[in-house]
Structure formats: C-alpha cells, structure tokens
Ligand binder design. Structure first.
Ligand SMILES: Nc1ncnc2c1ncn2[C@@H]1O[C@H](COP(=O)(O)OP(=O)(O)OP(=O)(O)O)[C@@H](O)[C@H]1O
Length: 248
C-alpha cells in the first residue's frame, strides 16, 4: 500500500484508564495494542458490544486522548508528539466531528454553526460558500438563518457534515451519528456523509451499533475488550448482526 492512499494511520496504540477515576463503575478494558489505517475514499466503521472501547479508540485517533504507547501519523506528523494546542488546531482545520448528541451551538443559526470553525481558522467565507456546503448535504437554503434548536435531529447532523465541507476537513470522526435518529433521518445522514466524501472528505471513521449503518461502510472493524478482533471488507446488515450476536 503506498502512502498516498492513506489519510491517517495508528500503529500499535495502547491506552489505559486505570490511572484515571471519574466514577465509572466497571473496570474498563485496556485499549490495544491496535493498528488502524484510514485510507483515502474509505469509510471505516468500528462495531462491538457496549464498553468494548469503540469511542475511546475514535478519540485516540482524533487526538482527543493521548495513547500511552504507539504512534498516530497524519500528514507526516506524529499526533502523539504534538502539543495540545497544535492538536486542537489540527482538529479545527483537518478533522470534523459528528456526535450522537449533535454538539452544535443550539442558539446560533445554521449558517453561523456551519461557518464557525472557518471563522476560528481566520478564514474568509461568503454566504454562497455556506449555501454551497448546505446543498451538498441536501439542506435547503431556507434554513440558513434558523436557530439550530428548531431543526430536526437529521437536519442537525447534516449541519455538522456541511461544516466539514466548509473547512475542507480531511477526516470525519462520527460517534454514533445516527443513534438518535429514525430510519429516514439515519439514511439522510448516511447519504450526506457519502456526499461529503465524494466532494471533499478523504476518510471517515465511524462508531455505530446499527448493522444498517455498518453495512454502508467500506471496512468494518469488530472490537472486543479493547482490541480489534476481526476486520471485514463490505458486509451486509445481516452479517453485521450475526457478528454482533456472536454467531460468526
Ligand atoms: N473517562 C473514563 N474513565 C474511566 N473509564 C472510562 C472512561 N471513559 C470510558 N470508560 C470506560 O471504558 C470502557 C470503554 O468505553 P468506550 O466508550 O470506549 O466503549 P464503547 O465501545 O464506545 O461503548 P458504547 O458502545 O457503550 O459507547 C467502558 O467500560 C467505559 O465505561
């Protein structure tokens, strides 16, 4: 595999919660050692039981947590060696995030939410740029000046995805992006991610419990007790279901 096909790669990363205590009752599994490569044009999904370490792994690859061992290479930089400040700058300019509970600024308008990271990056933008980013994820421009709290869950996720188009992020990190959505809004969100990948995003790493979501990924990594136990290319929703139920 040549490097030009890779967006981000994590090698032998490990992480332990044991030195931290924040009221979590169960003994969390140590994460890793694990390897993950996010390839250009690919959507990679992490599946596995609750507590298997999916969200923690996503946070490690996004530089939101620091591994105790291993390295994470993005654009020829080892994220594990960078200062918190530099990592925050990379998260703002090169990474984009969608979470189950949206994490948008509810009192700001759609337009303000979409443009905010661009503004923070001291970038210049026009309303046409925002409308263009919205149209690519099927958001009508009539929503431009609506406060986000008035939107449906599916629309909120598409606001977050269009924000990634504004900043021209390379990697989208999505933690249960469809967890709060009905099937229709789920499909609209998945279509929006596919569209963002077509226009701009290089790679997507997604955590999900939903076999239908996992069935739309290019690669599925099955996690158990903090480790990647199996890796698959395209799977059907039934196959994902069987894996999650331990039938495969
Ligand atoms: N800050 C923390 N301190 C201590 N333990 C934690 C912390 N965050 C998560 N954990 C524990 O680490 C383990 C892995 O958590 P993680 O959220 O990565 O799992 P997950 O596979 O994403 O689970 P879910 O599907 O339920 O979100 C869990 O047992 C969790 O309770």
């Amino acid at each position: 595999m040549c490097d030009s096909e890779v967006t981000l790669t994590a090698k032998r990363i490990e992480f332990s919660f044991l030195t931290r205590s924040n009221g979590h009752k169960k003994n969390p599994p140590d994460i890793g050692p694990l390897d993950i490569t996010l390839r250009k044009g690919e959507k990679t999904v992490l599946i596995g039981a609750s507590g298997s370490g999916k969200s923690t792994t996503l946070k490690l690859l996004a530089g939101l947590l620091s591994p105790t061992n291993g390295d994470i290479t993005f654009n020829n930089m080892d994220l594990t060696k960078l200062s918190e400040r530099r990592k925050a700058a990379i998260r703002r300019t090169d990474f984009a995030f969608i979470f189950q509970d949206y994490m948008l600024i509810e009192n700001l308008t759609v337009s303000e939410n979409i443009a905010l990271p661009t503004l923070l990056n001291s970038g210049v933008y026009t309303q046409d740029n925002v409308v263009d980013a919205m149209s690519k994820v099927n958001l009508d421009s009539s929503l431009l000046n609506k406060p986000v709290f008035k939107l449906s869950g599916g629309q909120k996720q598409r606001v977050a995805i269009s924000r990634s188009l504004m900043t021209q992020a390379n990697v989208l990190f999505a933690d249960e992006p469809t967890g709060n959505l009905d099937p229709r809004a789920r499909n609209e969100t998945l279509d929006a991610i596919d569209s963002a990948m077509k226009y701009n995003l290089q790679s997507c790493l997604m955590v999900t419990h939903d076999p239908i979501v996992a069935a739309r990924a290019d690669r599925v990594l099955f996690m158990k007790d903090g480790k990647i136990r199996k890796q698959y290319a395209k799977l059907t929703a039934d196959e994902v279901n069987d894996i999650l139920l331990g039938n495969q």
